[in-house]
Design a protein. Structure first.
Lengths: 321, 232, 323
């Protein structure tokens, strides 16, 4: 479902590469439903932003060239808590408005099937507090376009053991999976909203992936990526996981070399963003390999170096076809 | 007065997305020797609850005429009446042209820095705001392009510089897109009613030319980005 | 800016005394405190606006785990900065000069995090006898009132720095008249501590300042006349300009040009001014973060000064940083 939508999207923007600007007549055919980025006056549809026209089924919309992240249901995002309120957290996800995470939409210690009680309301800060980062899915959208999140899956929740960085959300290419294991003992979550979390691959994750490889090697070998949510997890494991540990504020031991690798990956993602190259798992890996030509990760912040590595990534890709 | 014909614009140059790392939208406009930088942030979560409107976006505009902008350096008070007046009319203009009800419960904050000033303050600022808003991807009904015009010795004059502004009576208009609709009209001093029509007519024509130049820049920048994104 | 230590290089007595500095405040035995106070009265600048300095820069929210990750990386012997820089490395700076036609000198610098600052230099002919300072600094930081303590404290730091170290002789015109320089600094956006950015931009603007050429005689003792200038010929202003460096201290490590996240986890911060091959005042501690302030080991002041000196005095000097 999601895939086909994306494909349509791609086609739509490919066919109509021309740019429309505010006030421009897009169509006078009333058969189209007006979507985002358009307005409707006397049976004519005009563009309200500068962008490209997308036609999906009967829906006509203009996708702005630049702009804040627009949440969509099902998006895998990374966010930061900005406020703890009554039975809800407010989360900065880089959109126009903060998203809402309801107390009822998170897993609490003591198992998933546990009911939330008043004590939980009082100790919300013990679970998530201002500044905390989390990894969540957009559950639904409110009338005004703001998002409601949930973390009721093992692959979501509080983030630890790593660093955070921001890239323009338009550069994150939507795909089936947004959390990936990278070579070098590092994992990345490329939030659809452009918030990225790079961290040490957890031991648990490694174990699981090992057993997963054993069971289903074929599925894994194709792309080498791995998503936690797919693992077959027993109920006991779930319960174990749902203990207080998932809200811990303490990092694992992280070795020097892992830290260096994380820094290098962070700079690589910044290079892709600087060169305005769409960010995918393959490109991050390719960029990391290209960056090895420079022994110090600190050299990667130089503008010329960034451009040259960006070019390398693109040409290498074209070469491969 | 500077060798232009009566209906000739001064050099107009503009760029958008000049501050990609620090703002949602940004622009730089040069109209003659006047230079304006505009920064737009938002739509975003309002800094305080009191500014919140449940139905539409709240607009905050601040205008900073730098002390070094004129030939004689002088410090301007932010609360100067003229600046406050300009801000109020700009706010009214853009509240009408931004589709504000698409962004309930948010703030859009606009900051303009005037680096050098050689007449046409309001028009340069208006044009820079239009471009920065477009760059930020904020939905607008149409471009607002702005230009000043005055008249001298029965001849209407377009796009005045500082010297001309000092001596002539003039007005500044903001035009909606390619239409003849005015979103903004500021008369600085008296203009005889019978002359008004002629002055307005050249101003509208000038405004359309400015709109086309801004549109060209927006498209140029858009193409550039698309060509990069084609690598996706 | 912060509590300024009236510390000049060579006055090592300051450091030999046993004391710690906590967030710009001297923590030491009362008697010692008094002694130091008598010795260096200027050290105790009462106009320190530590709190405000911090509120000025946009606050960065970090989660507990991010904080500890960053802190450990920066604290360890083998330091890893979040963007991989070494301790002496600046973030890339883009600069541009001479774009304001109505000013005698102008510059604009942009840091890689989007911080940006524009400086204009305007000169005016003044009667030397009537002007105390031949340099006047004016600061405007977007999002801050002109009379906010934050802006005012930064202005006074820069004012005293430039008024003191730009030699009056270089602005001399005649025995009666001189140029007065108006330095206007406009900060369009700032994410880390703005002093280094502002001082580098001012440096560039002053280096690209052109003043009208004097055509009347230098000696106007006898004749009561305004000096006259050539219509279109300009002379480049020749001055050496001091530069301020910001150093963050984390554990035993000192790092130059801290980014916002580095500032947030730093134990303490130092500003070191550099002029003509040596450190000068103002030098002192600044609060870089709101929490997490620890006492400062005096040895680290020396270490920071050494760090700055290795940058400022090496061939890889200010010019190169800006190129």
């Amino acid at each position: 479902m999601e895939d086909s939508d994306n494909a349509d999207d791609e086609d739509g923007s490919m066919q109509n590469r021309a740019i429309v600007t505010p006030g421009e007549l897009v169509t006078d055919d009333p058969v189209w439903m007006k979507g985002h980025g358009t307005y409707y006056l006397e049976n004519r549809t005009y563009s309200s932003v500068a962008g490209t026209v997308s036609r999906v089924n009967r829906l006509l919309s203009v996708i702005p060239i630049r702009g804040r992240y627009q949440p969509e249901t099902g998006d895998h995002i990374v966010g930061r808590i900005t406020e703890v309120g009554q039975k809800r957290w407010k989360v900065d996800i880089g959109a126009k408005q903060d998203a809402v995470l309801m107390l009822g939409s998170v897993n609490l210690p003591g198992g998933v099937l546990r009911r939330k009680n008043e004590a939980d309301e009082l100790q919300m800060r013990n679970f998530l507090k201002e500044g905390d980062l989390l990894n969540a899915e957009v559950q639904s959208l409110f009338q005004d376009g703001s998002a409601s999140l949930h973390t009721r899956s093992l692959k979501y929740g509080k983030l630890r053991d790593g660093v955070f960085l921001k890239v323009p959300s338009s550069l994150v290419v939507r795909s089936k999976y947004h959390s990936h294991e990278l070579p070098g003992g590092v994992s990345v979550i490329l939030g659809v909203n452009g918030y990225v979390w790079l961290r040490k691959t957890s031991d648990l994750q490694q174990q699981q992936s090992a057993s997963h490889v054993g069971k289903d090697a074929a599925a894994l070998s194709t792309r080498g990526n791995y998503s936690v949510g797919n693992a077959s997890v027993t109920i006991t494991r779930l319960e174990e996981e749902s203990s207080w540990e998932i809200y811990s504020d303490v990092n694992d031991q992280i070795s020097q070399s892992i830290r260096e690798t994380i820094t290098r990956y962070a700079n690589c993602i910044k290079i892709l963003a600087y060169c305005e190259i769409g960010i995918t798992l393959e490109r991050v890996t390719a960029c990391y390999e290209a960056s090895m030509a420079y022994d110090e990760a600190g050299k990667l912040i130089d503008r010329e170096v960034m451009e040259s590595i960006g070019d390398d990534v693109i040409t290498a890709e074209k070469y491969r076809g | 007065m500077d060798g232009r014909r009566w209906n000739e614009l001064r050099r107009f140059q503009c760029r958008i997305n000049t501050h990609p790392n620090s703002a949602d939208g940004s622009s730089f406009v040069e109209q003659g020797n006047s230079k304006v930088v505009c920064i737009v942030e938002g739509p975003m979560e309002p800094p305080s609850r009191s500014q919140l409107s449940a139905t539409e976006a709240t607009l905050n505009i601040s205008l900073n005429v730098t002390p070094f902008s004129s030939i004689d350096r002088k410090r301007r008070n932010k609360n100067e009446r003229r600046i406050q007046e300009i801000i109020t009319s700009l706010k009214r203009t853009f509240e009408q042209s931004i589709i504000t009800d698409k962004y309930p419960r948010t703030t859009i904050s606009i900051t303009c820095h005037v680096l050098t000033l050689d007449g046409g303050l309001i028009s340069a600022v208006t044009n820079s705001i239009t471009l920065a808003l477009i760059d930020a991807g904020i939905a607008m009904y149409d471009y607002i392009s702005s230009v000043s015009a005055g008249f001298y010795d029965n001849t209407p004059l377009l796009d005045l510089n500082q010297l001309e502004e000092n001596d002539l009576s003039y007005l500044t208009i903001g035009i909606v897109g390619k239409s003849e609709k005015l979103a903004l009209l500021i008369l600085e001093n008296k203009i005889p009613l019978d002359k008004l029509e002629g002055v307005l007519a050249i101003a509208v024509a000038g405004g359309h030319r400015i709109r086309d130049m801004m549109d060209k820049e927006v498209r140029r920048h858009g193409e550039l980005r698309l060509s990069k994104l084609a690598n996706k | 800016m912060a509590k300024v230590l009236g510390y000049e290089y060579g006055k090592k007595e300051v450091m030999r005394t046993k004391y710690g500095v906590v967030s710009g405040l001297w923590v030491c035995a009362e008697s010692q405190y008094k002694k130091i106070r008598e010795k260096f009265p200027s050290s105790f600048d009462q106009s320190g606006h530590n709190e405000e300095v911090l509120k000025g820069t946009r606050r960065m929210l970090l989660s507990a785990t991010e904080r500890s990750y960053l802190y450990e990386s920066l604290h360890s012997k083998h330091i890893i900065r979040p963007d991989g820089r070494n301790i002496k490395q600046f973030r890339p700076i883009q600069s541009h000069t001479g774009f304001l036609e109505l000013s005698n000198g102008s510059s604009k610098i942009t840091l890689s995090d989007g911080s940006e600052c524009i400086v204009s230099i305007k000169a005016k002919v003044v009667d030397k006898a009537q002007e105390q300072d031949l340099v006047s600094v004016d600061l405007e930081i977007a999002g801050h009132r002109e009379d906010s303590p934050y802006t005012l404290s930064l202005t006074s730091t820069l004012q005293s720095l430039y008024a003191k170290h730009i030699p009056r002789e270089s602005l001399n015109l005649t025995s009666k008249f001189a140029y007065k320089l108006y330095i206007d600094i406009l900060v369009i956006a700032t994410y880390s501590h703005p002093l280094t950015m502002m001082s580098l931009a001012t440096y560039l603007a002053l280096q690209s300042t052109f003043l009208p050429k004097l055509t009347s005689s230098v000696d106007d003792k006898e004749i009561e006349e305004q000096p006259t200038f050539h219509d279109y010929e300009f002379v480049k202003l020749q001055v050496t300009v001091p530069v301020i460096f910001t150093v963050a201290v984390i554990g035993e490590n000192c790092i130059i040009d801290p980014s916002a996240e580095e500032m947030e986890v730093s134990d303490n911060g130092l500003i070191v001014s550099w002029f003509d091959g040596k450190p000068i005042s103002p030098m002192g501690t600044v609060r870089l973060s709101e929490t997490n302030i620890k006492s400062l080991n005096p040895a680290l002041i020396v270490k920071s000064v050494d760090l700055v000196s290795s940058i400022a005095n090496s061939p890889w000097n200010v010019q190169i940083i800006l190129s």
